[in-house]
Design a binder for this molecule. Sequence first.
Ligand code: ADP
Ligand code: MG
Length: 331
Amino acid sequence: RESAKKMPYYKGLERFQLLDKMGDGAFSNVYKAVELATGKRVAVKVVRKYELTSSQAGDKHLNPNFKKKPRVTERANILKEVQIMQGINHPSIVKLISFSESPEHYFLVLELMEGGELFHQIVKLTYFSEALSRHVIVQVAQGIRYLHEERGVVHRDIKPENLLFDRVPIIPSKHPIQRQYDEEKEDEGEFTPGVGGGGIGRVKIADFGLSKVVWNEETMTPCGTVGYTAPEIVKDERYSKSVDMWALGCVLYTLLCGFPPFYDESINVLTEKVARGHYTFLSPWWDDISASAKDLITHLLCVDPAERYTIDEFLTHPWIKERSGPPPPPT
Ligand code: ADP
Ligand code: MG
């Protein structure tokens, strides 16, 4: 069934059979694939080396010059993404299995996340119960803690589209039922992946395309030449981890109510709302959500990065510590 689908051919990717398209962006396509030699299922992120302008893209077969416009920063960016991912080993982060390139493409072979985007699950379910939200956000936070504290890496693009389930989560689709389900499953310990075939498995952080190494943990200084770094850079680096904490707050807010804290049709108005940190716990959606959850969000969505919770403060907040099934398992 899967192999019957028509998949594109990429020169340089012959050791894989592409099965399904899992995601596409402006410059990358992500496929579910199988490594022919081993039968191992993986995800392959294919990144084009050359930019296609919209006019060129249309007549790509007629115009022999369609790929004449190199994306100057792309190689450095991709290599940075690859380099950062190569140094990373954590159960809450999608693993990079291998990297290769052809004259026209970069190929990132990744751990396959069968369950797809958290984004899709939010759309499907409307919103998550507090217990389920906690279960998801703790896994994400553990990944961020590892990045910030053990790798000196800031992800910089934490959002529901970049948070992936390792397998299709089994969650009933109507929220009142889901609440009831949560409470029952919580008692049965079924949040644990694999137990009783239910549960939601693991959530992992993907897409290191915008990530950056910022901090040398030993010297507590920015990476690179220290003595000549300007104060605004030092300050910048000092607070750069806080961008992930803001994003984590946005994800948690969205999980709990089903819509993001900042939204407007007009990009200008939206930008202004974000700049002022202007959001509300809108009634009636937030009426039944605990004061503790709101308190946590308040400490993440604060405009001053110096006041914003760090990842360790996040992980020790009472709402996170509340019992809701066993903690995610260590693999
Ligand atoms: P982009 O830089 O284009 O956003 P991503 O790495 O975020 O690239 O991949 C785009 C989309 O492809 C993701 O939002 C997700 O839907 C899917 N995807 C990415 N990596 C995987 C993976 N390892 N397993 C399954 N799907 C993936
Ligand atoms: Mg992405």
